[in-house]
Design a protein around this ligand. Sequence first.
Ligand SMILES: *Cc1c(COP(=O)(O)O)cnc(C)c1O
Length: 391
Amino acid sequence: MKDLTQLVHRPQVDRAGFSSLAVPTHRASTIVFPNADAYAQRRLREPDGYAYGLDGTPTTRVLEAQIAALEQGARSILLPSGQAAIALLFLSVLKPGDTVLIPDTVYPPVRALCADVLAAQGIRHRIYPPLAGSGIEDFIDDSVRLIWTESPGSATMEVEDLPTIVSVARRRGILTGCDNTWATPLLFKPLAAGMDFSVEALTKYAAGHSDVLLGSVTVRDRDWHVRLRAVAKVLGIGVSPDDCALVLRGIETLGVRMAHIGKVSTGIAGALCSHPAVSRVLHPALPDCPGHAFWKRDMTGASGVFSLLLQPELDALLDDALAAMRIFVIGASWGGTRSLVAPMTVRGRLGGNPEGRLLRISIGLEDPDDLLADLLGLLDRLGAASTTAAP
Ligand SMILES: *Cc1c(COP(=O)(O)O)cnc(C)c1O
């Protein structure tokens, strides 16, 4: 072979005896075939085999198999973000004339997906209160194809009565899906609870280091997986094996991170309850959280995201007080090693506080004493500022 050919035709090397604990990162757009017949038959390799880069690589498959096992599902598909996972699921399951039920507390971009994209395709959505439970019946008519759940809900943290929703849906022949990002499959397994689909924003706890976006849809029925793969492929959606490698690394420590963060977040949430600047702490493990009894019954622990409702007169002072925090940084996309705060406005969702500002907190891996001191400092500053500002 001449030099220019040798540059692109690499020599084969001996791999015998090479046995590593790390998952190799396989990258590919082209897949090569042993002969023309195998190439002609390449579609027969779907949905699990490899015919083109969009099908994924063995790196993708390892993570998919790991998620499917954790979720006790038949198969998982990876998408470039949690939002992409939800969007692919909705687009694959819903057709014109169908209605999807979404909770009022849904991750806000999902509401936008329904209102801005699906509505134009003739797919309707109806919003139900997250604590509807058996009252979900009131929202069902013959057009309802999918009941979407997210528990606890974004920002206001209501825990849904998922077993009741599943039993109503099954009786009516309606599909159910759950955004399980807060709990992860370690604290709750939606498919084991009878749901058809479980979505995780792996971006958060599974990846765990705030440096990658990835999502998964896991199904109990392999036929749905075939459908999801087919739709992802024609939409041209695949994931990077390098991103999968980051999540494969992060997920190894998910168990110890979750156990630690759950304990610390519950302790800190409890310690903030009695502060005079706080009107309510919304943490599923605390009795004051709407749906706490369902959390206690259905989940095996807590993760690290919860919300603080301030005394309403302090809302206007919050932005300035946040600027002086020392450990927490302001940002979304929680689940990493660093603790985050995010001031949010959830108008209309919070009784007695029409402006409805709250502070979402995500506990990271810093020393718990430092975290508590930083939060108490924030609340003390707010209390002091309100006294000064009082007429
Ligand atoms: C972050 C998040 C998502 C979206 O995940 P991305 O990977 O950021 O797109 C979906 N659902 C919930 C509950 C989330 O917190």
